[in-house]
Design a protein around this ligand. Structure first.
Ligand code: SF4
Length: 69
């Protein structure tokens, strides 16, 4: 089963939050506008959400690191 994690390039992220809106169980902006990954990506639904979050970022700051097991 595939799983993985979302890698955040903090030097690119500008804190728009579109990704966190797409994947609120996986990503969260804190009060200072810093984006955090909340958990690893483990289910098919989470994979879809992670891929959507990567697509929606306007500055390409996210990468879904997928591991096929
Ligand atoms: S959409 Fe991109 S720029 Fe905006 S918070 Fe997410 S990673 Fe950062």
């Amino acid at each position: 089963m595939a799983h993985g994690s979302i890698d955040i390039d903090q030097s690119r992220c500008e804190g728009y939050g579109f990704c966190a809106e797409s994947a609120p169980t996986l990503l969260e902006l804190d009060d200072d506008g810093i984006l955090h990954a909340l958990k690893d990506v483990e289910t098919d639904a989470e994979i879809h959400r992670a891929e959507a979050a990567v697509r929606v970022c306007p500055v390409a700051a996210l990468k879904f690191a997928r591991v096929d097991a």
